[in-house]
Ligand binder design. Structure first.
Ligand SMILES: [Zn+2]
Length: 111
């Protein structure tokens, strides 16, 4: 069933709504009630931090540093079909490793 689902996503992915979308927040804090399908850009319109709920099952919050002076940093490549560069590796909790490309989670097979 999962394979069929993946096949449909591959063929018809552009028809389906993206799994992750952006929410720009002026506040520096994520909302109390998190939507697991949102990536929050904190401190918008010039966000320093992006945060999202880990898609790997632990559900913990992941914070991504967007500050271009930071040594480890991420870039929001596209907002409308959300793409984040580079990959995200949750080394603290469930150790999942993934990309977000055009709103979709792409798992890395290196663990
Ligand atoms: Zn996780």
């Amino acid at each position: 069933m999962k394979r069929l689902h993946n096949w449909f996503r591959k063929k018809l992915g552009w028809l389906l709504p993206p799994q992750y979308s952006v929410e720009e927040r002026a506040e520096d804090e994520p909302p109390v009630k998190l939507n697991g399908r949102k990536v929050y850009l904190l401190g918008s319109p010039n966000p320093d931090i992006a945060c999202l709920k880990c898609p790997g099952g632990c559900g913990k919050l992941i914070f991504l540093d967007l500050d271009e002076n930071a040594s480890i940093k991420w870039r929001i490549v596209k907002k409308n079909r959300l793409t984040i560069h580079p990959s995200i590796w949750n080394t603290l909790d469930c150790t999942c490793h993934f990309w977000i490309i055009r709103g979709e989670v792409k798992w890395c097979n290196d663990i």
